[in-house]
Design a protein. Structure first.
Length: 220
């Protein structure tokens, strides 16, 4: 299991686009690794197709994409045709799919779902999402059961938050979307607020009388 803030493990893997070394593949960019229980499964087909449709949105944010599924490379290549057919896509598939037939990476990265099993009775890989920063450290992880598909619009939203809060001294509130108001970090001293937040800060009155709810327009 990889914890937030840990350097994400480096590894070699065969993929639908050839052999990779993970750290070399992502270089100094943001990256997402998302896993799938198996090829030719319905929910996974919808997910990989949706990510392919959103490729330009991930590219605009400087995020590299890579998937993982517990089948072989040739199986992946055949499955990609189904993914493209279902999603109305054609041409070169935009990102690689890692082959993890022995589930070695799934076990190493804590992706196994013990409640869901394949036809042979082996535990399925869960729907994990790992977002890795340019420093190779894990910035966010999500873990869904095999039966529940992910919302990739939400994943784009959290990338916007991660990239903003990595460089600005703000946090993003519940249901925040890019361009919305943010919260000044509690660690920011009152005397530093005017310099850091020239657009102004609203201190919300609270029953406790504590001035910790400091709201500011999203910094540029």
């Amino acid at each position: 299991m990889v914890n937030l803030g840990d350097v994400f493990p480096n590894f070699y893997a065969d993929t639908s686009k050839g052999t990779i070394q993970f750290h070399t593949f992502i270089r100094d960019t943001w990256a997402i690794l998302f896993s799938h229980p198996a090829d030719y499964t319905p929910v996974c087909t919808t997910e990989l197709g949706r990510v392919a449709q959103l490729t330009s949105e991930f590219e605009r944010r400087g995020v590299k994409l890579i998937a993982l599924s517990c089948d072989g490379v040739e199986s992946h290549k055949g499955w990609i045709k189904d993914i493209q057919g279902y999603s109305g896509l054609s041409g070169d598939f935009p990102y690689p799919i890692i082959a993890d037939e022995k589930r070695e990476l799934a076990v190493k990265l804590g992706m196994i779902d013990p409640e869901e099993k394949d036809a042979e009775g082996l535990p399925l890989t869960a729907r994990a999402v790992f977002i890795i920063g340019p420093d190779k450290k894990l910035k966010l992880s999500l873990l869904y059961p095999a039966t529940t598909g992910r919302n990739f619009d939400e994943i784009l939203r959290v990338i916007d938050s991660l990239q903003l809060t990595a460089i600005k001294k703000v946090a993003t509130p519940a249901d925040w979307k890019n361009g919305g108001d943010c919260m000044v970090l509690p660690t920011v001293k009152s005397e530093d607020v005017p310099k850091l937040f020239p657009q102004g800060v609203l201190v919300k009155d609270m029953p406790s009388g504590k001035g910790y709810m400091r709201i500011t327009p999203q910094p540029e």
